[in-house]
Design a protein around this ligand. Structure first.
Ligand code: C2E
Ligand code: C2E
Ligand code: C2E
Length: 184
């Protein structure tokens, strides 16, 4: 996951004083790029979180003395956890209600994030029953590491998007920009 760090200076500044000095076109470009990247990150982050949660559930199940998930060729009805995979991975309804934020769900567009999709998919999850506890714990640790990197970058990207939005809104409030500028 090279280049996915908790710094989004490559997108633009998040410092209000610096943003004040930029032309409106540049602010809009920064905000658009940040929103675009955030949608890429959101998708991967949710994929990772779903997989981490499944691995955690399977490890907990084994620790509690239940047998490992049966191997993949078992009948689906025998295979509780794997059978529920698509359900678990499906977009969960928001856990926090009441937010009116715009939500985009789509596959990543930027190449560096598109390339991460198979990395996330190619985990031991496709056949839980074929792996011992140590392998599943390793896989989980690896995915948690990715998730933290992506969440860190997501924070930084959100800060840039929020800061550019605030500056655009400020210019509108203070009469430096028109309604059309704000809505674009
Ligand atoms: P994070 O991404 O750094 O988020 C930190 C906290 O910011 C979250 O704590 C939550 O209170 C808030 N937050 C982040 N994104 C959003 C959002 O889109 N909307 C709202 N309303 N609040 C948000 P929380 O929920 O305790 O999560 C802690 C960390 O756990 C997150 O760090 C993330 O790395 C991870 N995480 C979040 N959801 C899940 C999940 O469903 N599964 C797994 N495995 N990890 C998760
Ligand atoms: P939500 O809280 O309504 O957030 C909706 C979308 O707004 C998020 O989509 C994200 O793209 C964006 N967003 C969230 N926080 C911020 C922010 O601080 N600044 C900016 N500019 N945008 C922000 P996402 O990531 O796909 O999350 C979808 C929903 O999943 C969130 O809805 C929230 O209900 C839940 N969620 C996501 N991450 C977390 C988390 O870490 N903890 C908790 N508790 N809930 C989370
Ligand atoms: P929450 O909406 O569940 O957000 C939890 C944490 O996610 C926030 O902690 C913040 O770290 C991050 N977060 C969520 N939405 C945004 C966002 O739009 N922009 C940014 N930059 N970060 C976001 P925080 O700031 O300590 O807020 C804790 C709780 O206080 C929030 O929970 C929310 O219920 C309330 N809150 C804080 N600021 C505002 C605000 O400006 N308006 C409203 N209506 N509520 C706020």
């Amino acid at each position: 996951m090279g280049g996915v760090g908790p710094d989004a200076a490559d997108l633009g500044p998040d410092d209000p004083a610096e943003l004040r000095r930029l032309p409106l076109d540049r602010l809009r470009a920064i905000r658009a790029a940040a929103r675009e990247e955030e949608a890429d990150l959101s998708y991967l982050r949710r994929m990772l979180q779903g997989r981490i949660d499944i691995l955690r559930a399977e490890l907990t199940r084994r620790r509690d003395g239940e047998p490992p998930a049966p191997p993949r060729d078992a009948a689906p009805e025998e295979d509780d956890l794997v059978g529920r995979l698509s359900e678990i991975l499906r977009d969960a309804p928001p856990r926090v209600r009441g937010s009116a934020r715009h939500l985009t769900v789509r596959a990543p567009r930027a190449r560096r994030y598109r390339e991460l999709v198979p990395v996330v998919m190619a985990s031991e999850l496709t056949d839980l029953g074929a792996h011992d506890d140590a392998e599943l714990a390793d896989a989980r640790a690896r995915l948690v590491g990715y998730e933290q990197q992506l969440s860190g970058r997501r924070h930084a990207v959100q800060r840039v998007a929020d800061a550019a939005s605030s500056e655009i809104a400020r210019r509108y409030r203070e009469g430096e920009a028109s309604v059309d500028d704000l809505l674009e």
